[in-house]
Design a protein around this ligand. Structure first.
Ligand code: AMP
Length: 106
């Protein structure tokens, strides 16, 4: 957790372009976008990955998806992808759970 780049963003120790924030979730632009819209939706609780989710996190996961839906609505995105990369073999580079919101629209 000490060296976690997303924890540092959550604590404001490194900058980000913030899209949304509440007490449990933060969303910010991906620094290296893979689509015209590429936003990361991140729980403030440090959970390493989908593999590390527990039953107690059920509501939080729902809130991540609903946050993505809300952001997409505010940005008038007609279509988008929501993606969790899981584990190194699954393309996960940052070991703090995050949901990618990707859209080809501006
Ligand atoms: P993943 O491969 O699923 O772990 O995704 C990690 C994502 O975090 C990548 O798309 C990176 O471009 C993005 N990323 C890494 N560092 C930062 C940062 N400081 N601010 C915003 N996005 C970042």
């Amino acid at each position: 957790m000490g060296d976690c780049i997303f924890c540092k963003i959550i604590f404001g120790e490194i900058p980000s372009v913030k899209i949304f924030e509440n007490d449990k979730i933060i969303a910010f632009n991906d620094i290296n976008p893979k689509a015209k819209v590429h936003i990361l939706i991140v729980p403030k609780k440090h959970i390493e990955s989908v593999k590390h989710l527990q039953a107690i996190d059920k509501e939080l996961v729902g809130e991540l998806i609903l946050s993505a839906q809300q952001i997409a609505k505010e940005k008038n995105l007609e279509g988008y992808k929501l993606l969790f990369n899981v584990g190194r073999e699954g393309g996960q580079l940052v070991d703090h759970l995050h949901l990618h919101l990707l859209s080809p629209e501006w």
